[in-house]
Design a protein around this ligand. Sequence first.
Ligand code: ATP
Ligand code: MG
Length: 231
Amino acid sequence: MDDYRSEVDCSSLLKQGAEAKIYTGVYLGKLCIIKERFPKKYRHPALELSLSQQRTKSEVRSMLRCRTQGIQTPAVFFVNTEENKIYMEYVNDSVTVRDYIIQVQSSSDDAASSLLKPLAYKIGEKLGKMHNKNIIHGDLTTSNMLLRKPVENLDIVLIDFGLSYINSTNEDKGVDLYVLERAFLSTHPNTESLFSVLLDGYQNGYRNGVGDVVRKLNEVRLRGRKRTMVG
Ligand SMILES: Nc1ncnc2c1ncn2[C@@H]1O[C@H](COP(=O)(O)OP(=O)(O)OP(=O)(O)O)[C@@H](O)[C@H]1O
Ligand SMILES: [Mg+2]
C-alpha cells in the first residue's frame, strides 16, 4: 500500500474547499492535483468516512465515464480509497469559468456579450452531451468548470463530480440544470440572457427529447418560486 507514496513527489496545498483539500504534486513525473476529502467534525466519524468514500468513488466513476464519452474531465492517475485521495491531471493553464466571466464582465459590455455568449452556448452543449449519457453532475456551478487557455478555444473541462450519479429521468436532469441556474445567476448577476444562450446550447447537445427536460426545469423553477413565497 505504501508503494504509491514513492511515486508522489512533494505536494503543496493549492485550495481548501468545503469538503476537500486540493494539493499540487508530481505523480510519476507528471504535475498532478491531489484531491483529498477530509472528515467534517460535526458529523459522526463512521458516517463521515462512508460519505467521503462514496463521494471519492462517484467522482472517479463519473470522470472516467465522461472521458469515455468524449466529455473532458481531468485524467485520473491514481486513487487511494483508504485515504480518499484522487490523483488527477492538473489542468494548470486554465481559469475557472467563474473567474473568467467576472473578469470579462468587468471589462466592457460589448466584450462581455461577444465573448461570453459562445462560451455559454458551448457549456450548454457539453452539459447536454453529459445528460445524454445520463450523468447527473449534482453540483453544477461556474467554479466547477475550467477553461483551458487560450480561452478563445472554448475548451471546457468539467470537475468536482463528488455528488454525481447516473440517472435517466428528466426530473433529475431538470434539477441539475436548476442547480446551475441558481448558482449562475447568484454568482453572475444580470446574466439571465446569457443563461438562456446556455440552454440553447443544451438543446443542441442533448437532442433526445430535450423539450421534456426543459419542461421539467420550468416545473422545478415554479416549485422553487412557490417555496420562496411560502418561506
Ligand atoms: N484538476 C484540476 N486542475 C486544476 N485546478 C483544479 C483541478 N481540480 C480542482 N482544481 C481547482 O480547485 C478548486 C476546487 O476543486 P473542487 O471543486 O474539485 O473541490 P471542492 O472541495 O468541491 O471545492 P469547493 O468546495 O470550492 O467546490 C477548483 O475550483 C479549481 O480551481
Ligand atoms: Mg468545487
